[in-house]
Structures are given as C-alpha cells and as structure tokens.
Design a protein around this ligand. Structure first.
Ligand SMILES: [Zn+2]
Length: 215
C-alpha cells in the first residue's frame, strides 16, 4: 500500500472540531531533514504546505498538514552522540535521575526516540536493563552495535504493556515553560510558565504541553 506523505488536517487533533481557521502561512517548504544528494540538485524538489491553523472550539494551535511519521523518521539523519556536549549532559543527568528516583540495578529504563542510545548508555554502564525505541532503522542499528538493545519501531501503548512500563518521564518539555524564573527551578506541575499560547511559535510549545498531558 502506498503511504501518503502529507495529509491535510480536517478536524482538530484535540477536540475533533472542524472549525479550523488558518492563522499563519510559512509557505511551501521541503520536509525537515530532507537533504538532497548531489545528483538531486538539478531535479525538482518536493515542497509541502506549512500552515498553522487555530481551532475555534478549543483554541489549540496546530499544523494544517501532517507529514507521515515514517517519511519523517525512517531515515532520520541526526545522530545524537556526535555532540560531545550532549553526551556529557546525559552522563550528568543520569546521576540526578538515579539518585532522584532511587534507581538500582533492578531498574529497567526505556527511552522513547532513543536515537543512538545516548541517554541509555550511562544506565547500562551502571548495570541496569535498558531498551531503546527508535523508528529510524539505521540509527537503531548504530545503537545496537554499541551494545544498547533497541527496537526499530514507534513507541505504542501495546509496546508499553508488553514491557510493563511503570512510569514515563517526559523530557524536552522545558520549552513549554519558556525560561522559568530562578525560583521556579526545579519546575513544579503548578507552574504555568511564561510563554504565549497564541504566539507565532506556540504550536511547538502547545504540542509539547499536550504531549506531557497525555503521558
Ligand atoms: Zn480543538
């Protein structure tokens, strides 16, 4: 079956209302990370609409078109451990997580969107069981080759059930708070943050906020 690369959103992704109003148009844009090879430089390039739409019912700002996750992530090009700063960040971060959540060598850590296993390596080194979930097959292979067991698929509730996941920590969410005041660090659930929920970039913040709500 042929997969659609991009699909127009006809109903709000939160409340299903069809009262969607286009509020911003970035113009036709190639897909993220769709870099061309040298041979493709003289060929026509694929462009797709990139609009932001507003739900008149629940106020959720969202993209007007959604690209297939397989198209976006099956050949993902960014390999996390190429950044030494990132590697060192996750090492230090693991120390905080292990002490904060009282993890021990019986703990089982799953990373969703685990890339090359950058986050999991310190836990594996500390003797814990780890599993990466990474839909980009070639990157999952890099992780496996470096000793991090990794399944090359999208995370799903079925997978969570089979692995008996107890809890999920949602990273990469500080964006939803903007830049917290010093007295709001560490950031509590009650802190709403100082980002505009109707600004130009708010679809990013709001989607993270929604993702966190789901987990
Ligand atoms: Zn809505």
């Amino acid at each position: 079956m042929k997969r659609e690369i991009i699909k127009k959103v006809i109903a709000c992704r939160v409340c299903k209302s069809k009262k969607l109003t286009k509020v911003f148009r970035f113009g036709p844009t190639p897909l993220a990370n769709a870099f061309l090879t040298k041979d493709q430089l003289d060929l026509p390039e694929a462009f797709y609409p990139l609009d932001v739409v507003f739900c008149e019912n629940c106020s959720f700002l969202q993209l007007g078109h959604v690209a297939s996750p397989h198209t976006l992530f099956d050949k993902y090009v960014y390999v996390s451990s190429t950044s030494p700063v990132f590697v060192s960040h996750f090492k230090k971060f693991a120390v905080d997580i292990v002490s904060g959540f009282k993890l021990n060598n019986k703990s089982f850590i799953i990373d969703i969107g685990s890339n090359d296993g950058i986050l999991l390596k310190p836990y594996k080194k500390a003797g814990m069981r780890v599993l990466g979930v990474e839909p980009a097959k070639h990157i999952a292979k890099i992780a496996r080759n470096s000793g991090i067991p990794t399944v090359a698929e999208f995370f799903s509730f079925d997978l969570a059930k089979t692995k008996q996941v107890k809890s999920i920590l949602f990273f990469s969410s500080s964006e939803i708070y903007g830049d917290p005041q010093p007295n709001a660090i560490p950031t509590k659930e009650t802190y709403f943050g100082n980002v505009s929920s109707i600004g130009h970039r708010s679809c990013y913040d709001e989607s993270k906020r929604l993702g966190r709500l789901y987990v």
